[in-house]
Design a protein around this ligand. Structure first.
Ligand code: 6SG
Length: 236
């Protein structure tokens, strides 16, 4: 079953009355639709980003049985989820979503130089994310300890970048999609190893600062976020 979708109203109190919840308005208010399994997974950073940017979105939650039937899979460009719809535009690949939303809402730097650096840092986060997912899905029992032991070698690279940043963001003077991606990966790592940022003051400060942005804080405090497991196999 594909469970009925719901819309994140971005926690803005509904002052327009019930009419605002009716379908035609909903369409206007929620141009984005995320289709994915009931996990944070590869949409964690996107959801945090949309929240922070004040964007609303709809979720279509796909369960395993439905996915295994293969009908939806056949329609996915790479045979995988997540999928992001923005009006008529249908996208796959989670980092493409971050770039698309970043481009549309001013979170992709102020010029080509900044955009290139943002791409670079996001690719660096992606490398860490892939290592993390490999450990989670393929070698949690045998590889978790070694992964945690090696983690400072990866975190120190981002620490060095943020240490030098006067804005507190990875690139330039304002937030970009790479910041949301790094932030979300760090949150997941703090669940894996609660002390992993203790020797990284800049990363710790970054996580504090990102967590206390009002719209991010509201989202992280919401059931919509809290009820979803980080990963699809229950490991974290
Ligand atoms: C899995 O790998 O959730 N997509 C995944 N799996 C299903 O048939 N490069 C792209 C991107 O960045 C990677 C996409 C990604 O967007 S994400 C996918 O589509 C397939 O390949 C991680 C995730 N896993 C949970 C999950 C649901 C169904 C299969 C995997 C729940 C867990 C195991 C079974 C049911 Fe499960």
């Amino acid at each position: 079953m594909i469970t009925p979708s719901h819309t994140h109203r971005n926690f803005i109190p509904n002052t327009r009355g019930l009419k605002a919840l009716q379908e035609p308005d909903l369409q206007k208010m929620a141009p984005y639709t995320i289709t994915y399994f009931a996990v944070r997974g590869r949409c964690g950073a996107l959801r945090i980003m949309l929240s922070d940017l004040g964007q609303e979105w709809k979720e279509i939650v796909v369960n395993f049985d439905e996915w295994m039937k293969g009908d939806l899979k056949k329609t996915c460009v790479f045979g995988q989820l997540p999928k992001l719809q923005d009006g008529d535009l249908v996208l796959f690949q989670s980092n493409t979503f971050l770039r698309h939303v970043g481009r549309k809402h001013g979170a992709y730097g102020k010029n080509d130089t900044e955009a290139a650096l943002i791409d670079m840092f996001n690719d660096g986060v992606e490398d860490l994310r892939i290592k993390y997912l490999k450990m989670i899905y393929q070698e949690y029992d045998t590889g978790k300890d070694a992964y945690i032991k090696d983690l400072p070698n990866h975190l120190s690279k981002f620490e060095a970048v943020l240490e030098k940043s006067s804005s507190g963001f990875l690139v330039g003077g304002s937030i970009s999609f790479a910041d949301y991606s790094l932030f979300e990966v760090l949150l997941n790592h703090q669940v894996l190893s609660p002390t992993c940022l203790d020797s990284f003051p800049a990363l710790n400060g970054f996580v504090q600062k990102m967590s206390s942005r009002p719209k991010i804080k509201a989202f992280l405090d919401s059931d919509a976020y809290k009820k979803l497991p980080i990963n699809g196999n229950g490991k974290q």
